[in-house]
Design a protein around this ligand. Structure first.
Ligand SMILES: Nc1nc2c(ncn2[C@@H]2O[C@H](COP(=O)(O)OP(=O)(O)O)[C@@H](O)[C@H]2O)c(=O)[nH]1
Ligand SMILES: [Mg+2]
Length: 506
């Protein structure tokens, strides 16, 4: 075995399975972008409050530096910046007035545009769309909009132009129109600590809460308050003060205080240690995604991100659907081989004596007819079809490598000798001549060894695996079936390698 594993030309079964499992893991870790959902989380606040900075701090590692949204004291953000899941990361100018409109790509951008580069694109019609590979923007069980729709969707995180920038229609338009989305996960209100008491911010907060009360949410209306530029010493106090103010405004709107999920986070991004930033991120994402966790105990979002993907396999893409066919092929091959040689004889009851008087062609005809009747198979094509390796999984299936390199390769190894045996048997039967003296001995001499090899190929540890795997067909959930199948394949490969090693050492 040692030698085999050092020789790249001759990799062991275990190495093959490991490689296939790595390919599987890689594919699952990079889900292809699902369609846009209707679900959004909007980040709003005054110009320069720290909205863009917040998003950068949350997503930093996932954003390619060139596409980094500009966060500065200049009035940069004029168009809404929509951030969502996509591979590879890209920045695109899109036309999309409402979250429920399809995004029409206008231009691919290779760097975050300066304000003047965007010309006079109407912020009520155009957005910048930044797609990044942040798994939290990938909603494996959908956007919770339709009752039954559990198809994966992507979440839109939207950085809106701030108010107080003086001239923008968007920033200054009515709260209801821009501050809330069509279907909201949560709203994020960002305010700088030293602007907490600003008259305009309080006014905006009131308008904004009124809009929030009317908006559609996944669960309860959820508001996350983020106070930026906030020195640690003031964080608890200012956080509490803003909360109280929101609660008061909420009551003044005659809204039920218990119906608002309110979170407040006070932070100074410039002062965060890496650990503090990590913990800020966790807290923020926890608050933001909390509404998606509710009422979904059966399929927790916190579960392994692959699970939702695996649960999505259906029909032909569900590997379980292919297990019975593999077992059927193996059984069919065994049955055909048994019929080929009942009681250790290839054509029992047939001998040259019974073929007396036939010329070579008639003799051949007769033997093939008897042979096929014995096999219960009318012709060679059908025989080959019954022993064919089933079709592969589509190339884009995450299990395609494992399926092709392990499952199908082993199934082929199990079935090919049977196919070869039957092809050979046909050829051997066609060569029987009127002068052949002992049919039984002739057939045994030409076929016994191949028959034995074909039977043996079906008596493998892989064939055992296929048989036990049938128990997985009815097993739910599918991810468990897949996990079991993969573990079994690794065990089987190790066993096969050990066997080969033991044989070599005998
Ligand atoms: N020191 C410090 N600077 C911040 C903080 N939050 C934002 N900034 C800076 O304030 C400026 C305006 O922030 P930006 O995110 O562009 O504000 P926006 O207009 O709301 O998007 C930028 O230079 C940010 O880096 C913070 O918590 N502490
Ligand atoms: Mg900004």
């Amino acid at each position: 075995m040692k030698q085999a594993s050092q020789d790249p030309q001759h990799s062991t079964a275990t190495e093959t399975v490991y490689r296939a499992l790595r390919a599987f893991a890689e594919r699952l870790s990079r889900p292809t972008a699902p369609p846009d959902g209707l679900l959004s989380a909007r980040v709003i606040g005054e110009f320069s409050a720290g909205k863009t900075r917040l998003l950068r701090e949350l997503l930093g590692a996932a954003i390619p530096p060139a596409l980094f949204p500009v966060s500065s004291l200049e009035r940069q953000t004029r168009l809404p910046l929509e951030i969502t899941y996509g591979e590879p990361p890209a920045l695109t100018l899109i036309e999309r007035a409402n979250d429920y409109d399809a995004a029409i790509p206008v231009e691919t951008l290779h760097a975050f545009p300066r304000r003047e580069e965007l010309g006079d694109s109407d912020p009520l019609r155009y957005r910048l769309q930044l797609t990044i590979t942040e798994p939290r923007l990938f909603l494996p069980t959908g956007d919770r909009y339709g009752e039954d729709d559990r198809e994966p969707k992507r979440l839109l995180l939207i950085d809106l132009p701030g108010w107080n920038s003086g001239e923008d229609a968007l920033a200054e338009s009515a709260a209801a129109e821009i501050m809330t989305g069509y279907h909201n996960l949560a709203l994020v209100f960002v305010v700088a600590a030293n602007r907490l008491d600003g008259q305009q911010n309080t006014e905006r907060l009131r308008e904004f809460l009124a809009a929030l009360a009317d908006a559609d949410f996944v669960g309860e209306p959820t508001l996350i308050l983020v106070i930026t530029h906030c020195p640690p010493a003031d964080q608890a106090r200012l956080g509490a003060r803003l909360r109280e103010r929101v609660e008061t405004l909420w009551r003044e709107l005659d809204e039920d205080p218990d119906a608002l999920r309110l979170h407040s986070l006070a932070v100074d991004f410039a002062e965060l240690t890496p650990d503090e930033l990590a913990s800020f991120r966790e807290t923020f994402w926890g608050h933001l995604l909390a509404p998606l966790q509710d009422g979904s105990q059966a399929e927790p979002q916190a579960a392994h991100p692959w699970i939702a993907g695996l649960r999505h396999w259906s029909g032909e893409s569900d590997p379980r659907a292919h297990l019975p066919l593999a077992q059927a092929r193996i059984e069919e091959a065994r049955a055909l081989l048994a019929r080929a040689c009942p009681g250790g004889e290839f054509l029992p009851g047939m001998n040259m004596h019974r073929l007396l008087g036939l010329d070579a062609a008639a003799l051949r005809e007769r033997l093939l007819t008897v042979w096929r009747r014995q096999l219960e198979c009318p012709d060679a094509e059908q025989l080959a079809a019954r022993l064919a390796t089933p079709v592969p999984l589509p190339d884009d299936h995450p299990l395609a490598a494992w399926w092709g390199q392990y499952w199908q390769a082993n199934l082929e190894r199990a079935l090919a000798p049977a196919r070869q045996f039957f092809a050979r048997a046909e050829a051997v039967l066609r060569q029987v001549q009127p002068t052949t003296s002992d049919l039984r001995a002739y057939l045994a001499g030409h076929l016994s060894e191949h028959h034995r090899a074909a039977v043996q190929a079906l008596d493998s540890s892989f064939a055992c695996l296929v048989e036990s795997a049938q128990a997985l067909v009815a097993e739910t959930p599918p991810e468990r079936a897949t996990a079991t199948l993969l573990s079994l394949s690794l065990l089987e490969a190790r066993y096969t390698d050990h066997e080969a090693w033991a044989r070599g050492n005998r």
